[in-house]
Design a protein around this ligand. Structure first.
Ligand code: IPM
Ligand code: MG
Length: 367
C-alpha cells in the first residue's frame, strides 16, 4: 500500500473542469492498484483572491509543503486582469513554485501520430518527435531584483532583472544532464550568451558541468536560433535545458507543435514534493462550457505518478490510454481538424475524460 498525500488546486477558468477528469482517474487507480490518495483541496489563484483576498494563502502554503505532490489546474482570467502585478493570480503561482522550491520544470513535447492533422508542421517533420524541456522555474527574470515601475520627472520606467548565480544554474543543469543520461544522451542548453552576461555565466556553468557527464553530448544554442530550429528541425532535440523566461516562451511553441496546448503536461520538481500542472492556461473564453481538453491534466497526473509515486508504469499506462483514445478518433475542439476530419468524433471534456478512464480501466484489468 502506498499512500500519496495530494493537494488539489483547481484554480480558475477551465481548471476545475479538467481537474475533475483527473480525479476520476485517481479514483480508478485507488480501486484497481495498491495506491491510495489522501486528498486535500484548497482555493488558488483568482478563486483564492475572491475568497481570501490573496492568490495564495499561508494556510495553503503549509498544506502544500506537507504534501507529496500538488496537482494544479490553471490560474488567472479577465476578472483579475486589471489588478497590479503583485496581487494577480499569476503571482500566487510564482509564489507557490518558489515556496515549494521546485526549480526544475519538465515539459515533455510528444507528437501523437493520430494528431498529425491538427499539427501545424508537416507530418514528415514531426513524425516520432519527442523531446523534453527542462525549464529553470524559480529564478531568473521572473524573480530578480530590482524590479518595479517608477516615475522620475513624469517619465515612467520599468525594470526587471535577469539574474542567476552559479548554484541555481548548476542544480537545474544536473537535473537535465541526469535525464539526458537516461534518454538519448544529448542535451541542448539554450541561452543568449552573445548578448547577456547572466547568460554567459549560464553557458560557462553548463560547460563545466558537462565534465561530470562524459556520456552526454552537450550542445549550446542561442535562444533565437533554437526558436528557428524548433520549427524547422524538431527531430534533432531530445533534452533541452534553459532559463525561466526562455523556457516559458519556447515551451509554448513546442506545445503548439504537438497539435494543441491542451495536450502538454508538466512536472516541477525540486528537493522534495512535486507540482504537476498542464502547460495550458485557464482558457477563460471556453471556461464552464464543457469544451476544454482534459488530456494535458490527465497526463500531468501521469507525471505525478511517475515522479512522486515512483510508478512510471502507471504514467505509461495513462499515456498509452490517451494515445488509444485519440487513435479511435476522439477529439476535443482544440485538436479536431478544421471542418471535422474523417473518423473524428468531437466530444466535450467529460466524454473525453470518460473515454480515457474506460481505456485505463481495460488496460488495468489486463495487468
Ligand atoms: C507557464 C505560465 C506561467 C509562467 C504564468 C501563468 C505565470 O505561462 O506556466 O508557462 O509564465 O510561468
Ligand atoms: Mg507559459
Amino acid at each position: 500500500m502506498t499512500e500519496l498525500k495530494i493537494v488539489l488546486l483547481e484554480g480558475d477558468g477551465i481548471g476545475p473542469e479538467v481537474v475533475s477528469e483527473a480525479v476520476k482517474v485517481m479514483d480508478l487507480l485507488e480501486e484497481q492498484t495498491d495506491l491510495t490518495f489522501a486528498v486535500e483541496r484548497a482555493d488558488f489563484g483568482g478563486a483564492s483572491l475572491d475568497h481570501h483576498g490573496e492568490p495564495l494563502t499561508d494556510a495553503t502554503v503549509s498544506l502544500v509543503k506537507d504534501a507529496d505532490a500538488v496537482l494544479l489546474g490553471a490560474v488567472g482570467g479577465p476578472k483579475w486582469d486589471d489588478l497590479p502585478p503583485d496581487s494577480r493570480p499569476e503571482r500566487g503561482l510564482l509564489r507557490l513554485r518558489a515556496e515549494m522550491g521546485v526549480f526544475a520544470n519538465l515539459r515533455p513535447a510528444r507528437f501523437f501520430d493520430s494528431l498529425s492533422d491538427s499539427c501545424p508542421l508537416r507530418p514528415e517533420l514531426t513524425k516520432d518527435v519527442e523531446f523534453l524541456f527542462v525549464r529553470e522555474l524559480i529564478g531568473g527574470i521572473y524573480f530578480g531584483e530590482p524590479r518595479g515601475i517608477s516615475a522620475e520627472e513624469g517619465v515612467r520606467r520599468g525594470v526587471s532583472t535577469m539574474v542567476y548565480d552559479e548554484n541555481e544554474i548548476r542544480r537545474v543543469g544536473r537535473v537535465a544532464f541526469e535525464i539526458a543520461q537516461r534518454r538519448k544522451k544529448h542535451l541542448v542548453s539554450v541561452d543568449k550568451a552573445n548578448v547577456l552576461e547572466v547568460q554567459r555565466l549560464w553557458r560557462e556553468v553548463m560547460s563545466e558541468l558537462s565534465a561530470d557527464y562524459p556520456d552526454v553530448t552537450l550542445e549550446h544554442l542561442y535562444v533565437d536560433n533554437c526558436a528557428m530550429q524548433l520549427v524547422t528541425r524538431p527531430g534533432q532535440f531530445d533534452v533541452v535545458v534553459t532559463g525561466n523566461m526562455f523556457g516559458d516562451i519556447l515551451s509554448d511553441a513546442a506545445a503548439a507543435m504537438t497539435g494543441s496546448l491542451g495536450m502538454l503536461p508538466s512536472a516541477s520538481i525540486g528537493a522534495s514534493g512535486g507540482l504537476f500542472e498542464p502547460v495550458h492556461g485557464s482558457a477563460p473564453d471556453i471556461a464552464g462550457q464543457g469544451k476544454a481538453n482534459p488530456l494535458a491534466m490527465i497526463l500531468s497526473l501521469g507525471m505525478l505518478l511517475e515522479h512522486s509515486g515512483g510508478r512510471a508504469d502507471l504514467a505509461a499506462l495513462i499515456h498509452e490510454s490517451v494515445n488509444a483514445v485519440l487513435g479511435r478518433g476522439f477529439r476535443t475542439l482544440d485538436i479536431a481538424s478544421h471542418g471535422g476530419g474523417e473518423g473524428e468524433r468531437v466530444v466535450g471534456t467529460v466524454e473525453m475524460g470518460a473515454a480515457v478512464l474506460e481505456e485505463c480501466r481495460a488496460r488495468l484489468a489486463q495487468k
